[in-house]
Write a protein that binds this ligand. Structure first.
Ligand SMILES: NC(=O)c1ccc[n+]([C@@H]2O[C@H](COP(=O)([O-])OP(=O)(O)OC[C@H]3O[C@@H](n4cnc5c(N)ncnc54)[C@H](OP(=O)(O)O)[C@@H]3O)[C@@H](O)[C@H]2O)c1
Length: 338
């Protein structure tokens, strides 16, 4: 099969399209012929060598995909050859085939296109876990979503509105603001030219919840925006720019990494959460509960992933370059032509 692999960290060109052996499912795994791949920011970080739990190189990156089941292991009960599924895995989806444990293989949503299915799982599950399960976001609350025009951001806006909240979204480019408001956000703020703290205070005061993905000043200012009993979920650190050979970048990474002092939080009665669905989905039971809840919520409220751009399989490094440029909106999807 064709699959991308990389041997050393670096620019998108380190991703090389190769001919590799097709994976063989273990007794608890499902083998899927991939039709569409969802691209995630974490894959940019892992390509650059800045992702904590990437496997030893060389490996095939890629955390999610949509496709068809072509083989099942002997102990797999709920999956059959021919099923259309979405899958999540820590790596391996930049390929024509992948094997995944059955609990990380979910029914595709029939009303979605293949591209939308590939764009759904990681972004919506991440936003749902952070906003609903951890911060317990509820109707009538005010929530701020950072990088709101991106994959997780567009999912989070839709979830926030469906929960009945007032939603603020930030982005770094003017062109992204329209999308944020079209998705239902009450106000979109360009945080590269406007002070999001001042804008939100002027628009009704502090917020109950923040979804934080950037780090540095954005994290610090977001903490100040929280009301008493407010909560902030850290799910990413997009501004990280760690370079092994540059000690100044070590210091910057340390300085900008989100940190809290429990005693200061006590003074303000606030909660800070952090989550990573890669670790969470190791827990079969939790994964099953979350995926069921999320699916019902998605269908009940007619939520849908925003697919911003589709690339061909051969152009996958270009898709990485596009995401890094900060110009992308919604989810970037790569279509596999077998
Ligand atoms: N914890 C988890 O389980 C989990 C799962 C999925 C994703 N995430 C995190 O959620 C965030 C969004 O992921 P995504 O896959 O949906 O990507 P994305 O939002 O579609 O793309 C990344 C966006 O991050 C924003 N950004 C802010 N500061 C940046 C910087 N210094 N350099 C580059 N981009 C920057 C950019 O939007 P603006 O320029 O408009 O700000 C950019 O478009 C990432 O931090 C990712 O690591 C976490």
């Amino acid at each position: 099969m064709r699959a991308y692999e990389f041997r050393k960290s670096g620019k998108p060109e380190v991703l090389k399209l190769k001919e590799l052996d097709e994976p063989v499912p273990t007794k608890n795994e499902v083998k899927v012929k991939i039709e569409c791949i969802g691209i995630n920011y974490a894959e940019i970080l892992s390509r650059k060598g800045m992702y904590g739990w990437a496997p030893k190189k060389p490996y095939t990156p890629g955390m999610e995909a949509y496709g068809e089941v072509v083989e099942v292991g002997e102990e797999v009960q709920d999956r059959n050859v021919g099923d259309k599924v979405v899958i999540g895995k820590q790596y391996g989806s930049y390929a024509e085939f992948i094997c995944v444990e059955q609990h990380l293989c979910f029914d595709a949503i029939e009303s979605f296109t293949p591209e939308e299915n590939a764009a759904y799982l990681v972004n919506f599950m991440t936003a749902w876990v952070a906003l609903k399960k951890m911060c317990r976001l509820a109707a009538g609350e005010r929530v701020l979503i950072h990088a709101a025009a991106g994959g997780v951001g567009t999912a989070a806006i839709q979830i926030g509105k469906a929960l009945g909240c007032t939603v603020y979204g930030t982005a770094s480019k003017q062109e992204k603001l329209e999308l944020i408001e079209n998705l239902g956000a009450d106000k979109a703020i360009n945080y590269s030219t406007q002070d999001f703290y001042e804008e939100i205070i002027a628009d009704g005061g502090k917020v109950d919840c923040v979804l934080e993905v950037v780090g540095g000043e954005v994290f610090k200012k977001s903490l100040k925006l929280l009301k008493p009993f407010g909560s902030l979920a850290v799910i990413g650190f997009a501004s990280i720019n760690f370079k092994k050979w540059n000690p100044i970048s070590w210091w910057r990474t340390w300085k900008d990494a989100p940190k809290v002092k429990i005693l200061s939080m006590m003074k303000r009665s606030q909660g800070i959460f952090a989550s990573h669905i890669g670790y969470l989905t190791n827990n079969t039971e939790v994964t099953s509960v979350i995926s069921e809840e999320l699916r019902s919520f998605t269908e009940a409220h007619g939520l849908k992933p925003v697919v911003g751009k589709v690339f061909d399989f051969e152009e996958l490094p270009e898709a990485h370059r596009y995401m890094e440029s900060r110009a992308s909106v919604g989810k970037i999807v790569v279509k596999v032509n077998h």
